[in-house]
Design a protein around this ligand. Structure first.
Ligand code: F0G
Length: 458
């Protein structure tokens, strides 16, 4: 099956790489995915879209119909939307784990604590390796293989490395992972090992790993799979298309996203802007980006200079996925905030822990970095930026089981023991459910059941 001969509406649009700084257009990127002229990031553009993608209704029908197809390219929740992605001559060349197609769930308990009538979560942690990274990795890893690379590489706080290692393995490529020693959760680290990555734990933080890798890719024939690679963002963009499809093409009022290296917020924003441009939606949701207060370069950048120059920080947060002080895609994220009218907000470690437990109590669960969305939303509601009757979607980026140690320590009550936050953490008590050690008798179990029931009544 080749896209170029397909009779499907709107298929196979040539794409180009365009610099977000100086606007220069090129066919092929440098190894570091920076503009050869001004050093800024690149993005994918589709010059022929305006003229030929007019039939939005036909595409909506086609994308829905593909859900019943057995072809890998249709079963993937990314490639199902391939008319809005860079095209492949032979779709059998793509590396897919049937990523995407993630659920949109109502969150009644979280809506209550946030002060909203209704709240939804789109759970990108339900992807094959447990995070949103898979949607971008299927695209960029496929490009790496098409370009003939034997090695792919990334710096990571854990999820990118897990995802990259899986897609590289599926595509017959080797993978090199640089991670900050001691700052990546075991769940994520064990995935990279199992999928066969050469995994280097470096005595530095994520930002240090990124700096080093940029030098490595200049010297070695290794394909960079961090989110500076614009193909990653094209794949990640499909989560926004799928979300709008789940809302029957009526955009919600707000989408709330965690911010780390700022690739994901940029990708989702790009999709909404493109869908508006192409007539799929008539208005834009406001995209708000939430960071941990200890890793808040975007918040500071917006507050201190309105998004003009990056205020890099020394990052520290237990939400290790977003422990990033020098985000690569900050300019793209600023553009999305400005284009959609979204807000930036920061949340404390205790607020993150509480929000994570509240998401769990709705039967959904997520990793700490994803929980900043609910914690930030509560603040945006209090500030009046989000109104009680508005429709809001939290983007949950990683699965609960990515970081079980955080969750166990939370429920045991020792997450903040011995830290300056110990007193503030008192508010977490009513969410904590430590395992109960009992004698192995029926009486003991029944007594515990009754006590728990009494507690629920009061
Ligand atoms: N949530 C999770 C679970 C993540 O793993 C990340 C980033 C983010 C949010 C932030 O997304 O960087 O696009 O703003 N993790 C990267 C990694 C950095 O290496 O896994 P972002």
């Amino acid at each position: 099956m080749t896209d170029n001969t397909s009779p499907e509406p709107g298929s196979a649009h040539p794409s180009q790489l365009s610099c977000i700084g100086c606007g220069v257009v090129c066919e092929k990127a440098e190894q570091n995915f920076r503009c050869a002229i001004c050093g800024d990031l690149l993005e994918i553009v589709y010059p022929s879209w305006k003229s030929s993608l007019s039939d939005a209704a036909a595409l909506k029908a086609l994308w829905r119909q593909r859900r019943t197809s057995g072809l890998p390219v249709d079963e993937s929740g990314v490639w199902r939307f391939r008319e809005l992605l860079p095209s492949f001559h032979d779709w059998q060349q793509i590396i897919t784990l049937r990523e995407g197609n993630t659920p949109l769930n109502e969150m009644p308990g979280c809506a209550r604590v946030a002060g909203l009538q209704q709240l939804y979560a789109k759970h990108q942690g339900m992807n094959p390796t447990g995070s949103f990274k898979d949607t971008g990795m299927t695209m960029a890893a496929s490009v790496a293989r098409r370009e003939g690379f034997r090695w792919v590489a990334c710096a990571s706080t854990g999820n990118t490395s897990a995802s990259m290692a899986a897609y590289a393995a599926r595509g017959g490529m080797r993978s090199l992972v640089l991670i900050p020693e001691g700052k990546v959760s075991w769940g994520k680290l064990s995935q990279a090992l199992d999928y066969g990555a050469v995994t280097c734990q470096l005595k530095t933080d994520f930002d240090g790993c990124m700096r080093l890798l940029n030098e490595v890719v200049q010297r070695m024939p290794v394909y960079l799979l961090n989110s500076v690679n614009p193909y990653r963002l094209e794949g990640q963009k499909t989560a926004a298309i799928e979300l709008i499809e789940q809302f029957d093409w009526q955009p919600p009022d707000h989408v709330i996203v965690p911010g780390g290296n700022l690739g994901n917020s940029s990708a989702l924003g790009k999709a909404f802007l493109e869908m508006k441009q192409l007539g799929f939606i008539s208005r834009l949701p406001k995209i708000s980006i939430i960071q941990a207060a200890g890793a808040n370069p975007l918040v500071r950048t917006m507050r201190e200079n309105g998004g003009k120059t990056l205020v890099a920080v020394q990052a520290e947060t237990a939400a290790s996925a977003i422990r990033i002080g020098n985000p690569a895609s900050w300019k793209k994220a600023v553009r999305i905030l400005q284009a959609t009218g979204g807000a930036v907000e920061q949340v404390s470690e205790v607020e993150i822990a509480l929000a994570k437990a509240e998401i769990g109590a709705d039967g959904i669960g997520c990793e700490p970095a994803s929980a900043v969305t609910l914690a930030g939303l509560k603040k945006l509601v209090k500030q009046g930026f989000v109104k009680a009757e508005e429709s809001v979607v939290l983007i949950l980026t990683g699965h609960l089981l990515k970081d079980p140690e955080f969750t166990l320590r939370f429920h045991r009550g020792d997450l903040f023991t011995g830290t300056e936050r110990e007193k503030e953490a008192g508010i977490l008590k009513h969410q904590q459910r430590a395992p109960i050690v009992l004698d192995a008798t029926m009486e003991a179990v029944i007594r515990t059941l009754k006590e728990a029931d009494d507690r629920l009544e009061t």
